[in-house]
Design a protein around this ligand. Structure first.
Ligand SMILES: Cc1cc2nc3c(=O)[nH]c(=O)nc-3n(C[C@H](O)[C@H](O)[C@H](O)COP(=O)(O)OP(=O)(O)OC[C@H]3O[C@@H](n4cnc5c(N)ncnc54)[C@H](O)[C@@H]3O)c2cc1C
Length: 400
C-alpha cells in the first residue's frame, strides 16, 4: 500500500512487516475487547468508554504511536497511524474516533505548535492512556465557516479570560484537555485574530449540556460547552497569539486523513459482512449472492472501498515524504466518507428486513457513517476546498 520501500517501478503496494504486525495486534485487541455485545451496549447506553479502553490501548502502544520518542512515544509515521486507525475503524468507528482524540487532535497540534513545557506535560499522559483531547471549535453561529467564531479570550495580566459558547464538542466532559479556539483580536481579518488555548475541562466557569445523537454513540458524549469568564494562564496558549488559525488548519487536515482511515476500515468490514450474509442467506433455492443484482452491487461497494483506500494511502505517503498534499488529503476524505455512506446504505439492502432491525449491526454502521459527510468539513466544504486548489470556486475575501 505505497508504504514500504518503493520497488523498481517506483510504487510499493505493500505494508512493511511492522505495519502488518500492527494490523494483527489491532485485530487481536478488537477480537478480545470490542466484542459485538460490548459495542452494542456502548451504542445503546451512549456511555463513555475512555477509562476502560484507553489504558488497554496504551499498553499495546496505540496511544503513543504518533508521539515522538523524546516524549515517550514510538515516533510512528503517518502511514503507521493510518494502518492503526483503518484497522480500528474495521472494528468500530466510535472507538477509532476515540483513539483519534488521543493521537490525532491535540497530540498532533502540540507536537507541531506546542512549547517544550506543553509537550512535556501532555504527551507522556497521552502515551500512558490517561487522557484524550476534545476540540472545541464549532459554535452556534460558526459551523462550516469556523473562522467566524466569536468566543472571546481577553488578556488580563498574566491570564486570559474566555467567554463564549461552543457547539458539538465531542467528548468535552470526558476529556483531559479542551483545545479551545478563541478570538483574541476582533479587529483583525477573521482568520488572523484567532488563538488556541489548552484548557482544563474542570476549570471554574465551564458548564456542559449533553446533546443526544443519532450515531457514534460509543465515542463519548456530544456537548454544548459554555465558557463563562474562564481564567487560563498565558502558558495555556498553544501556538502564536492571534496566529491560531494555522494550527486549526493543520489539525483539521490531519483529522481528515484519520477520518478517511477509519471510514475505509469500516467500509471493508461492512462489505465483508454483507458478502458473508449473501453467501449464507437463501431465497428461491439459492444464496442471494448468486443473483447478479446482489453480486454486482457488492462488487461496486468493494471497488469504492478499494478506491478510497488507494486515495487514503497515497495522501498518507505524501505526508510522510513531506510533499504538500492538502488537495490529496481532502480528496481522500471526501471519497472515503461518501463511499462509507454509500456502502452502509447499499449493504443494508442485502439484509432485507433484518437490516432494518436493531438485532443486526448494519444499522449502527449506517447511523455512524452519516457523521463523516458532515463533521470536520462537510462534503460540500471538501469540494469547495478541492475546487479552490484546482483554481476554481469562490475566492476567500480578505476580512471575511
Ligand atoms: C456528532 C458530531 C460531532 C462533532 N464533533 C465536533 C467536535 O468535536 N468539535 C467541533 O468543533 N465540532 C464538532 N462537530 C461540528 C461539526 O464539525 C459541524 O457540524 C460541521 O462543521 C458543520 O457545521 P454546522 O453543523 O454548523 O452546519 P452548517 O455550517 O450550518 O452547514 C449546513 C449545510 O450547509 C452546507 N454549507 C455551508 N456552507 C457552505 C458553502 N460555503 N458551500 C456549500 N455548502 C455549504 C453544509 O455543507 C451543510 O450541508 C460535530 C458535529 C457532530 C454532528
Amino acid at each position: 500500500m505505497s508504504a514500504g520501500p518503493a520497488g523498481a517501478g517506483g510504487l510499493g503496494f505493500h505494508l512493511t512487516e511492522e505495519q502488518e504486525m500492527l494490523r494483527r495486534v489491532v485485530r487481536d485487541f478488537a477480537a478480545k475487547e470490542l466484542t459485538p455485545e460490548y459495542l452494542r451496549e456502548l451504542d445503546a447506553t451512549g456511555r463513555a468508554p475512555h477509562a476502560e479502553l484507553l489504558p488497554k490501548m496504551a499498553r499495546l502502544g496505540f496511544t503513543s504511536l504518533a508521539v515522538p520518542p523524546e516524549y515517550g512515544g514510538a515516533g510512528g509515521s503517518t502511514v503507521d497511524a493510518t494502518v492503526l486507525l483503518e484497522e480500528m475503524g474495521r472494528a468500530s468507528l466510535s472507538i477509532a474516533s476515540l483513539l483519534n482524540f488521543a493521537i490525532g487532535f491535540g497530540t498532533h497540534t502540540i507536537v507541531r505548535f506546542g512549547t517544550e513545557e506543553q509537550k512535556r506535560h501532555f504527551l507522556p499522559r497521552v502515551c500512558a492512556g490517561e487522557m484524550v483531547f476534545a476540540f472545541s471549535l464549532t459554535e452556534p453561529g460558526a459551523g462550516s465557516d469556523a473562522a467566524s467564531l466569536q468566543t472571546r479570550a481577553v488578556a488580563e495580566g498574566d491570564h486570559f479570560v474566555i467567554t463564549g459558547t461552543k457547539m458539538f464538542t465531542t467528548g468535552a466532559a470526558e476529556s483531559g484537555c479542551l483545545l479551545v479556539a478563541t478570538r483574541t483580536d476582533p479587529r483583525a481579518p477573521k482568520h488572523k485574530g484567532i488563538s488556541l488555548f489548552l484548557v482544563d475541562p474542570r476549570t471554574p466557569g465551564i458548564t456542559y449540556r449533553r446533546i443526544e445523537k443519532l450515531g457514534m454513540r460509543g465515542a463519548g458524549g456530544l456537548y454544548e460547552v459554555h465558557y463563562d469568564g474562564v481564567r487560563v494562564p498565558r502558558s495555556a496558549l498553544l501556538g502564536p497569539l492571534h496566529g491560531g488559525w494555522a494550527a486549526i488548519k493543520a489539525t483539521l487536515e490531519r483529522v481528515r486523513l484519520s477520518q478517511a482511515a477509519y471510514c475505509v476500515g469500516c467500509a471493508q468490514r461492512v462489505v465483508d459482512d454483507a458478502v458473508r450474509y449473501a453467501q449464507e442467506r437463501e431465497q428461491f433455492g439459492q444464496p442471494i449472492g448468486a443473483f447478479q443484482a446482489i453480486s454486482h452491487m457488492l462488487v461496486d461497494l468493494q471497488v469504492s472501498t478499494d478506491a478510497a483506500r488507494l486515495l487514503l494511502y497515497r495522501a498518507a505517503w505524501l505526508v510522510d515524504q513531506g510533499i504538500p498534499c492538502m488537495k490529496e488529503a481532502s480528496m481522500a476524505n471526501l471519497y472515503a466518507t461518501e463511499a462509507l455512506v454509500r456502502v452502509t446504505s447499499d449493504a443494508m439492502r442485502v439484509y432485507g428486513g433484518y437490516g432494518f432491525t436493531l438485532e443486526f449491526d448494519i444499522q449502527r454502521h449506517f447511523r455512524d457513517a452519516r457523521l463523516f459527510v458532515i463533521g470536520d468539513g462537510s462534503s460540500q466544504i471538501q469540494r469547495n476546498l478541492i475546487a479552490r486548489m484546482m483554481g476554481l470556486g469562490e475566492r476567500r475575501r480578505e476580512g471575511t
